[in-house]
Design a protein around this ligand. Structure first.
Ligand code: NAD
Length: 360
């Protein structure tokens, strides 16, 4: 298989962690007889320095022409970097928001997986963490409360603020479809999270999700109220496979879920549109405090590349190989600084990438 990958290394640790993901992808290509062509593009702070804007039309067009986008992270130290003296629409983050919009990426996928070897970093009680967990939170990214009409006004002498939560049937249908498709590639269970006992938008959400479920008879569907979901995530995370929810609930629940996995350096993510196209990036930022020191953990980016293999290229076997290589390297006791513990072997960012490639 031959695929074209747009690569946005970005700022800070971005170039270091993406280089390691490319090392692992190259090993996958060599072993399984594929060809991955990379096109390097600028976005974020490095694009501001080169082009005066965080995102150019050329970067958008080249990303659209690719089969998938692999990204590092963008941005700098928000207190000292000159990028943050610019107006908000010219700062690095505006580039990422603009790119997500231009590519129509409405579904955010965040796997939350507790590696057995790192279970000490999990803040949950041993009896819960020892069972392990492997779930994926799918958050609607372009609708709901964050995109509805909002205003603040004085009513009868009292300041009043209004935010609106709006979802249309097609918006719910496309994210629900995505959730069931992803569940078909996993353990075939979808938990749809809503607040249908109170909100109209949640009642429509539930109705549409049920309609979509009929097309996926192999997938078990359950509904859960968002308040209960927040409790269940810390009480029994092993019960979840794919959790699908609207924008704000997903924002909060995905942070809660990432907290119980331990380190930010381990968390992959993907943003997808209706097709198999996606943008794959680690959940963390550009970590300016350790940039350029070969200290960053590249595993989140490598696991994001594994998601690209699975969800954009439908290369399940190859994605499994990357994930089990990460497992193998952790099992062998290699750790970057952020996940280091007593008795383990400390390795650099590039050594970690090399070890994982060797395990493929
Ligand atoms: P951050 O995630 O960059 O860093 C928080 C802490 O986590 C730091 O101590 C950092 O060293 C550590 N860390 C993060 N990734 C790591 C890795 N792979 N390995 C080891 N340690 C890691 O968050 P921040 O400091 O709040 O933000 C820094 C910059 O990143 C800001 O400009 C912010 O806007 C940007 N940011 C970008 C993205 C993105 O590109 N999608 C996401 C979040 C933040």
């Amino acid at each position: 298989m031959e695929k074209n990958i747009a690569v946005i290394k970005g700022d800070g640790i971005g170039p270091e962690i993406v280089a390691e993901a490319m090392k692992v992808l190259d090993k996958v290509a060599e072993k399984y007889g594929h060809k991955f062509n990379y096109e390097q593009l600028l976005m974020g702070g490095c694009s501001i320095d080169a082009n005066g804007v965080p995102l150019t039309d050329e970067t958008i067009e080249r990303c659209k022409a690719a089969d998938a986008v692999l990204m590092g992270s963008i941005g700098g130290d928000t207190t000292t970097s000159p990028w943050y003296k610019l107006p908000a629409n010219l700062r690095p983050e505006a580039g990422l928001l603009g790119l997500r919009k231009a590519l129509g990426l409405f579904a955010n996928l965040r796997p939350c997986l507790l590696f057995r070897q790192l279970s000490d970093a999990c803040p949950l009680k041993k009896e819960i963490s020892s069972k392990g967990f492997d779930m994926l939170i799918m958050r609607e990214l372009t609708g709901g409360l964050y995109f509805g009409k909002r205003y603040t006004e004085e009513k009868n002498g009292v300041m009043t603020a209004v935010d609106t939560l709006e979802y249309s049937e097609p918006e719910i249908r496309r994210i629900a479809k995505k959730a069931f498709e992803v569940a078909m590639q996993r353990r075939k269970k979808v938990t749809s999270v809503d607040k249908a006992n109170v909100l109209d938008s949640s009642r429509l959400w539930r109705k549409v999700v049920e309609e979509v479920a009929r097309d996926y008879p192999e997938v078990k569907l359950e509904h859960m109220l968002v308040d209960n979901s927040a409790m269940q995530l810390v009480k029994d995370p092993a019960q979840f496979d794919v959790m699908v929810t609207e924008n704000m609930f997903g924002d909060i629940l995905s942070d809660e879920a990432s907290m119980i996995t331990g380190s930010i350096g381990m968390l992959a993510s993907a943003s997808m549109n209706e097709t198999s196209f996606g943008l794959y990036e680690p959940s963390g930022g550009s970590a300016p405090d350790i940039a350029g020191q070969n200290k960053a953990n590249p595993i989140a980016t490598i696991l994001s590349a594994a998601m690209m293999l699975r969800y954009s290229f439908k290369l399940d076997k190859e994605a499994d190989a990357v994930e089990s290589a990460v497992n193998g390297v952790l099992e062998a006791g290699f750790r970057t600084g952020d996940i280091m513990s007593e008795g383990m072997t400390l390795v650099s960012c590039s050594e970690m990438g090399t070890k994982i490639a060797e395990f493929i």
